[in-house]
Structures are given as structure tokens and as C-alpha cells.
Design a protein. Sequence first.
Length: 214
Amino acid sequence: MNPARSRIAAAALVALGALAPATARSQGTSLTLQGGWRGGGSFIEAPSGVVRSVEPSPVLSVSLERAIDASRAVQFHVSYQDTEVFAAPPAGTPLSAATPVTRLPLRLTTVHLGGTNFFDGPIGRGAFVAGGLGATFMSPGLAGTSTEAFLSLSVGIGYMWALAPNVALRVEARGLLVAVNGEGTLFCSGGCVVSLRGDAFLQGDVQAGLVIRF
């Protein structure tokens, strides 16, 4: 197994073990389905060094939450974005104004374990903060490339309106920080298509959806 994935899996198991006693005292479960828009993030093209931004695109997410008291819940959160990034032309192609710009399909899947905390309680009504820690998987749509996993952190704020005893409307803004661990290369097939440099990959999204409690 990839060392980065091994560390992420171990951290998730430790977190689950720590949360188990609190979950046993929980007072309800909810499922949230949301959709919205995500933007941000960039790569550095190899070998030119030109910055190429990830295209803003729709994002979908699903969250499973388990209450641990009147105002707090443990959350398992998964989000998915299907986007594109400008890709370098094939090796040996002269760079000029006439050089065609190609796009590299890119799928971002984030899996986080975290929680939500309602400011005024109870769960399901009013303003809240949310956050999570886990992994972001970057999968380029290019033959010969493989999915890369990185440690990531998310923090958000939102609001919920009760529509019925077991149904609510949820609106949320969330920031995502992905640690790429310094300088390296990513998305290589024969020759490298994109070089990823720096220590962080930052995105933000706004989503809305329905919460079902059971």
C-alpha cells in the first residue's frame, strides 16, 4: 500500500476508536445530500513553470451524522468534484500563441471524519460550524496515470431550517486544504504532464441540500 494511504488509514482508525464511546451515547442519526459549486486550486506546468488553475465546477457531497449531545454530532463526509485543469502540450511541442491548449480531466474525492457544532442548539436548527480531517484523492483522466492520496482538512459554516420533524434544509460554505508535502511531480504518463509544487492546494465551495433524520 502507498505509504501516504497507510498513514491516512491509520489516522482514521485512531479517530474512530476515540469517537466510539461518544457515539454510543448518541441521540439520533441524519443523512445529508448536498450539491453546489467549488472553485480554487492550481498546478504548475512542467517544464514551463506556468500556473494552471483548476476550473470551477459542480460539487456533490453526502454526510452521515450521529449526535453525541443536544448540539454536537460526529460526521462522516464525502465530496466529489469532476473538473479539468489546463495541461501542457506534448513534449517537444514549441510553445507559442498558436499552441493549442489541452485540458486534463481531474476527479477530486474527499473523505473526512469530523463533526458539527450548533451555536444555539438543538441539532437541526440555526447556525453551525463543521470540520473534518481525512484524505483527498486526485484522479487524472489520462491513460497511464494513477490516483494520488493526500492528507486534507476542511472547515465550514452553515445554517439549517427545519421543514418537517425529520427533514431540514441545509446551506453550507466550506474550505478545503490539501497538504501536498512540498515539491514533486504528479500526473505522469511517459513524460510528466503537470508538476505540482508547494505545500498546499486550497479550494472553497458553497452547497445546499436536504437533511433527513432517522
